[in-house]
Design a protein around this ligand. Structure first.
Ligand SMILES: Cc1cc2nc3c(=O)[nH]c(=O)nc-3n(C[C@H](O)[C@H](O)[C@H](O)COP(=O)(O)OP(=O)(O)OC[C@H]3O[C@@H](n4cnc5c(N)ncnc54)[C@H](O)[C@@H]3O)c2cc1C
Length: 473
């Protein structure tokens, strides 16, 4: 279905081989850069090897949230009696869930194709490899064709990291171990799923599987799940996931994989975990290999393309946006970096700021954060003051979350009375965490933040309440 959409998008012929801007990769970073560049009147080519929309639309952000929506609807129906609703014989049809996910992807990928066409961007479906420089700029080869760009924007994204665990390669080949790509297409639910990695991707997919009836066990090397998120909120999140039946083995290393078994090690003791399928979710690494970067001397650091705040690499006329620069592997960061790169090419002053990039863990409940956590702020030697409130301070939260135990934490600079960070464990927090991001970016004082009017009743009112409780130091 997706390749048909792509074919539709590339049905108009590429007439020129010299471009103002070549964009390598058609994910969020690449397609937005191409769109912006085309709209600004620059002759633009976008080269995409697989599917327009990249990881985000095809096997990342969007399909995971689509599946989670089905899982949440199912879970709500099962727990309807908490809200006075009784439904009998509630079932979930995994095939229909996957069909809906495909439909959502198709709609969004078609939208990207249409937007690129409207922006007069030429598209080529194939793998681009940089071959060097000519008088016209950087040369990129796709199959037999050579294209030249005065500017090149690298937007090749990232790939799943594959640790050297004995038996892993064979288990990936046999289909016992899956990555997000395969798990997102499973029409049959595994009875038992082991998840290697308790970070963002592992937990989101674990939540989907757990809520739809799979028995999920997460194995995590660290002593906590959810990566660098605030420890107070993560503990409550873990309790919520455990209440749904999810199991955790923390401070545990996977040392081998055999068909039907994951071999783990904790405190020097090994034990075996039986599973019908395993999800490998130990993180992602910048996709910079085999692109020909060495032919133009692009500097890498641990495999990621090094960029400055204007998204320039060390090589003249070459930029890198999104996951390939390894800074923040998030789609919304890629979008903004794409704008900065094109504005730089256009000679407009624009720089990337990373202080207030929101990040969301789309579990149930969601964990959203922006800026510094309490621990990070203290480590930076700031004069920290924290307001921590149960989400029960929001009437809307109480109305919508029977028995909910969410938390909101605001981290302030007590010297300047400004906000440094915000963390919220609550459903729908992904929709309003940006408000805290704006407060941080604008460096508003607490008095200025208090002047904003929040709609009532909303879960977001928790910010108004927390601001009212700030006393400083
Ligand atoms: C399961 C999962 C869930 C996620 N959920 C979220 C989320 O909720 N929110 C969020 O912000 N982020 C999320 N992410 C991360 C997000 O998907 C990435 O940050 C985002 O896709 C990065 O965009 P990008 O344009 O840099 O790269 P990508 O989206 O990876 O796109 C890169 C594109 O480049 C193409 N390409 C690579 N090499 C070449 C080449 N040589 N020639 C031509 N084309 C090439 C690839 O085929 C690909 O389409 C998730 C990721 C995963 C895996």
């Amino acid at each position: 279905m997706i390749s048909q959409t792509f074919a539709m998008c590339i049905s108009y012929k590429v007439a020129m081989i010299n471009y103002d801007v070549i964009v390598l990769g058609g994910g969020p970073g690449g397609y937005l850069a191409a769109e912006h560049s085309g709209q600004a009147g620059l002759k633009t080519l976008c080269i995409e090897d697989r599917h327009l929309g990249g990881t985000c639309l095809n096997e990342g952000c969007i399909p995971t949230k689509t599946l989670l929506q089905s899982a949440k609807t199912y879970a709500h129906a099962l727990r309807g009696d908490l809200y006075g609703v009784r439904a009998e014989k509630v079932t979930i049809d995994r095939g229909a869930v996957i069909d809906r996910k495909e439909k959502v992807i198709h709609t969004l990928v078609a939208g990207v194709g249409a937007a690129l066409k409207a922006s007069r961007v030429d598209l080529v479906n194939g793998r681009g490899v940089i071959t060097g420089r000519s008088a016209e700029g950087v040369t990129v080869q796709v199959g037999q064709e050579l294209y030249t760009g005065k500017n090149l924007i690298l937007a090749t994204g990232s790939v799943n990291a594959r640790p050297p665990i004995p038996g892993l390669r064979e288990a990936l080949e046999s289909g016992f171990v899956l990555t997000n790509r395969e798990l997102l297409c499973q029409r049959e639910a595994p009875a038992r799923l082991a998840v290697i990695g308790g970070g963002v991707i592992g937990l989101e997919m674990a939540a989907y599987c757990q809520l739809t009836g799979t028995e999920v066990t997460v194995v995590e090397m660290l002593d906590h799940i959810a990566g660098p998120n605030d420890g107070d909120l993560v503990k409550v999140l873990q309790k919520n996931l455990e209440r749904d039946g999810m199991k955790f083995h923390l401070e545990t290393k996977v040392v081998a994989v055999r068909e039907g078994t994951v071999v783990c090690e904790k405190n020097g003791q090994t034990f075996e975990l039986s599973a019908d399928k395993v999800l490998l979710a130990i993180g992602r690494k910048a996709n910079s290999a085999g692109l020909g970067l060495e032919t133009v001397g692009v500097e890498l650091e641990r495999g990621a393309v090094v960029t400055d705040a204007r998204m320039k690499t060390n090589a003249p006329g070459i930029y890198a946006v999104g996951d390939v620069n390894g800074k923040y592997m998030l789609a919304h960061t890629a979008y903004r970096e794409a704008e900065v790169a094109v504005n730089t090419i256009l000679g407009k002053a624009d720089t990337m700021r990373y202080e207030a990039i929101p990040s969301v863990l789309y579990t149930v409940p969601e964990l959203s954060s922006v800026g510094l956590s309490e621990a990070e702020a203290k480590a930076q030697g700031r004069h920290v003051s924290v307001v921590k409130l149960p989400m029960q301070y929001s009437g809307r939260y109480v109305a919508e979350n029977e028995g909910g135990d969410g938390i909101c934490k605001l981290v302030f600079d007590a010297k300047r009375n400004t906000l440094l960070g915000a963390q919220v464990l609550a459903n729908s927090s992904s929709e309003f965490i940006v408000a805290a991001g704006i407060f941080i970016e604008l460096e508003l004082t607490v008095d200025e933040m208090r002047e904003f009017v929040f709609p009532h009743p909303t879960v977001c009112e928790i910010f108004r309440e927390a601001l009212s409780q700030y006393k400083g130091k």
